[in-house]
Write a protein that binds this ligand. Sequence first.
Ligand SMILES: [Zn+2]
Ligand SMILES: [Zn+2]
Length: 315
Amino acid sequence: MASRRNFLISGAALLAQPVLPALAADDAPRQNAAGRSRLILLGTGGGPTPKANRSAPAQVIIVNGASYVIDCGNGVARQMVLAGVPLASIRDVFITHQHSDHNADYGNLLWLSWAATLATRVDAYGPPPLAEMTRLFLEMNDYDIKTRMADEGRPSLKDLIAVHEIGSGGVVMRDANVKVTAALVDHPPVKPAFAYRFDCPDRSIVISGDTRPSQNLVQLARGADVLVHEVMYLPALERLIGTEPNAKSLREHLLAAHTTTEQVGRIATEAGVKTLVLSHFVPGGTPLIPDSVWFDAVRPTFSGNLIVGRDLLEL
Ligand SMILES: [Zn+2]
Ligand SMILES: [Zn+2]
């Protein structure tokens, strides 16, 4: 019943989506109650091409007023604003892997948040070369940063960012709100690529990042309350790539690096997660594939609570 209701809510979001604030998938919106986690899908379209209907991959988990951003696809700062999440609340940023649909606005999120209200330390976690990317980003924007420091009294942005490069799986961060565990996933040719598990006071949330079916992901997600997993729909993809001269190799590449609708249900079932949230939709552009198509394609292999993700959907 619950999965059907959630599906209907996300379907109803379709018409008014561009102007709606963060939506609640529960009967009552999740509040900032002590220890209660909020998960908001900021962007749900896979791939670097900007899309009319879905922003690029990004999520935020909020616990006790602290925001943990996972992936920084194009538009993440604006999606935070549309979701009503204060930019000054960003505590940590986690990058799953160094593909542009996941990192294009990593620097921009920190820089624009700092230009607004962010004045406290942010720890950034992700695969190499995150440290070099951060350094070069700050160097590229040095003129504006120095100007605002002198003109507006902003603190040094460089001094606010602490970078932690991750090369292998394991616990990467623990604070009073969450424990974050990374697992290596399979997303050739990008290495390393990570999934992250957030053990919050009230529940556990796993973000797959980009991966083909991965046993490491299954282990990481074992018994989790919520699994947000990437997904691609082969029938629509085949129509799209069928006209390409290299259709066969393109298809093989996608299958080697991503997870199909059928596979994602099996992964969630094997991991025993309570709720599977589909995101990073491929194809995710126009014409928009109806929620019912995604739902029906995954349902045969997963009988738990199934949610078709939407930008700004809150869970
Ligand atoms: Zn991606
Ligand atoms: Zn990727």
